[in-house]
Structures are given as C-alpha cells and as structure tokens.
Design a protein around this ligand. Structure first.
Ligand code: ISJ
Length: 371
C-alpha cells in the first residue's frame, strides 16, 4: 500500500473498529464520479423505518433488505475526505468463483423456465452465493478505495449495523430512486448482461455489444414495471431515455432512464411513493412480483438478507441517492459471501445463466482478490 493511503486506511479503520466494539451503526460511501468519500457514524444501532419516511429522516444512510423494513443510519458524526490518489487497480478476470451448487442452480433455472411456459410468472431472478476466505492482508478501506477507483460509475459503499454482525461492501451500478435538490427524480431499468471484456481481457466498446431477444425482453420487463408504477399513481409526464448499452465494470447492461421534474409538476413525495412501489423491481425479483417472491423463497436456500435490497445516502443537500444493492459482498470475520443473480425468461439457457452469476461475482472478487 502507498504511504498516504496506508495512513488514511489506518485512521478510518481505527474509527470503524471502535464503533464496532461499541455496537453502533456506521457507513462509508462514494457516489458515482465523486472525488470525495463520506464516512458517517451513528450514536445508535440503526433504526427501522418506513420507505414513506425517506424525505423526512434527515442526513444519513438508508439500507433495506430484499424483504423487510429499511434501516436508517443517522449521520451523527460526519467525515468527508478526498479519495486517495491510487494507481490503476488490476482486475483479475481469472479469479476463481466457486462452482458449488451449480447443479441445483441450473435445475431451478430449468424449473423456472417451465413455470414461465405455464404462465405462472413471466420473469424471475434467481440468485446464488459464493463463499470464500479473505486473504489475511484484506483491509476494508483499502478494498473500498480500490473499488472506488475501479468503478467510477458505481455507488461504492460499506456499512455496518450491529444486529447483522457483518459488514457489507458493494459497488453497484443500478439506481433505484435518485432525486436531486432541484426536485428532479430519476429511476432506471437495468437488465440484460454480457461481458465487457474480450478474450484477452481487453475492454470491448459499447458499440460492439450485440443483444438477443432474450436480453431485450428481459430489460423491457423492468421498464414496463416502472411504467406500471407510474400509472398506479397516475403520473403520465415522465421522460424516458434508452435503452442504451452501458458498461458496469467487467459487464455490459441495457439501461433506460425515467426522469420526472417533480417541482414543475407539483408532485410531492414522489421519491418515497415510488420507492415503496418499485422495490423489489423486476430487475432483482420478477414479474408479477408476488408470484416471483414466492418462487424465489422455494428455489433459494440462502437468505438474501441485504442483497437485492437498496442502499445509499439520503438527506444531504436535500438529495436522495438510493441504489439497488448488487455486486456486493457480506463480510463476517475472514469469510466473504459474494451474492449474484440473473434474470430468467422463457428464452433463458440454464448453463448461461450460471455463467452470468460467475461474471457478476467477479465484479467484486476480481478487484478484492487481486494483488
Ligand atoms: C441480479 C443482479 O443484477 C441484475 C440483473 C441483471 C440481469 O439479469 O441481466 C442485470 C443487472 C441487474 O439489474 C446481480 O448483479 O446480482
């Protein structure tokens, strides 16, 4: 580690450890393209809140599980710092992802396709975990800064809430609900996945991406779901941009943006209303939502916990910056649990879906487990 970085990491790490010992909540994040990070510590364990309160909670960090109430970490102490100047981060595309559970996963993808053919649901997102041991040299803040360098477009965040007894660290590309100080609301539909790296590990240009009907349809499900949510609150005036191909680290996705000028329209509390309606979106759950949740609870043997929930800072400069909790790792001592999922439609090929989860696990693992 470079000298300046070492001092910064040590300082943050000491503060983090003391807070953990005192069993109090804390979070650190770097917003997409920001040159600073924000580290907050709370004087409590984190408070269960409702999505409807999101406009009124004050400054802090919100994190919600896949299912269940969001938790608010209040910013009782705030430290804003410049990101350290670290050299290019190596991405290790060869890092190994455990193949445990492959047969079971492939079997459930097959079963999901049968349910889709029977019209029980149209799309479902199944996830898996990859459990690994962290190297002795692992340092949370070094990992945080490496991810910040490697993934400028992502929200990079880590948080700790005592009752979970673990730390979560992510670099997510997917906006759930963002609203700026001028009242401009944005949500996105992000789905469809392919590698952004060529055979020799070289980066492929977005113009070279080619999408099949499967991915186009898969992303359209998410867009339609967002439009359905707008319809439910009779909101007709939104701007839709896309779908366009975007790069998210080692991967490419299809993305559409939906933008609403809440001030011009005179709509209040759109962020909290949409947050409640959207989560969990069809990008991480499926369509229709209830049937997909039901199926996921049968198919998955692990708890999703905070994976595929949402997270991000709220209340700073009157902004809301909530992202879908993806490309994430749960850290318990020296054990790391990487989570990844894939959208299954009628045209899915089970083996390919498994491969997709391997690539998604590598987004974090390829940075954290590289020298
Ligand atoms: C579920 C995940 O990603 C989501 C699913 C995608 C897909 O199925 O193609 C793409 C982007 C995300 O919306 C994940 O990364 O774990």
């Amino acid at each position: 580690m470079a000298e300046g970085l070492e001092d910064l990491v040590l300082g943050l790490s000491n503060k983090w450890k003391i807070q953990e010992e005192n069993k109090l909540a804390q979070a650190i994040w770097r917003l997409p393209h920001a040159e600073t990070f924000t580290f907050i510590q709370s004087n409590n364990v984190g408070k269960e809140v409702s999505a409807f309160e999101v406009e009124n909670l004050g400054e802090g960090f919100l994190t919600a599980p896949f299912q269940g109430a969001p938790i608010f970490i209040s910013a009782d102490e705030i430290l804003v710092g410049n990101l350290p100047d670290i050299s290019e981060v190596k991405f290790n595309a060869e890092v190994e992802v455990s193949q445990n559970g492959k047969d079971e996963f492939v079997k459930w993808v097959g079963k999901s396709i049968e349910e889709i053919q029977k019209n029980v649901f149209q799309k479902v997102v199944l996830s898996r975990v990859d459990v690994a041991e962290l190297p002795n040299s692992f340092e949370l803040f070094e990992a945080f800064f490496k991810l910040s360098k490697a993934y400028p477009d992502a929200l990079v965040a880590a948080f700790y809430v005592p009752f979970q007894n673990s730390v979560w660290l992510c670099a997510t590309p997917e906006i759930l609900v963002v609203q700026n100080g001028e009242g401009i609301f944005k949500t996105v539909s992000l789905a469809g996945t392919q590698s952004a790296l060529g055979d020799k590990g070289n980066k492929i240009a977005v113009q070279q991406a080619s999408w099949t009907q499967k991915e186009i349809e898969e992303q359209a499900f998410v867009s339609r779901y967002i439009i359905e949510c707008f319809k439910r609150i009779r909101l007709r005036e939104y701007v839709e941009i896309g779908p366009k191909t975007v790069i998210a680290g080692n991967l490419m996705h299809l993305k559409s943006e939906f933008i609403v000028d809440t001030k011009a329209l005179g709509v209040e509390n759109l962020a909290s209303t949409m947050l409640d309606l959207l989560h969990p979106t069809s990008a991480v759950c499926g369509t229709p939502k209830e049937e997909a949740i039901q199926w996921i609870s049968q198919a998955e043997k692990h708890e999703r916990a905070m994976y595929s929930g949402y997270l991000g800072p709220i209340g700073f400069q009157n902004e809301i910056q909530l992202f879908v909790h993806l490309r994430t790792v749960q850290i318990q001592g020296n054990q790391a649990i990487f989570y990844a999922g894939c959208g299954i439609t009628e045209d899915s090929i089970p083996e390919k879906e498994w491969e997709e989860t391997n690539l998604k696990c590598k987004t974090l693992k390829g940075v954290l487990m590289s020298s």
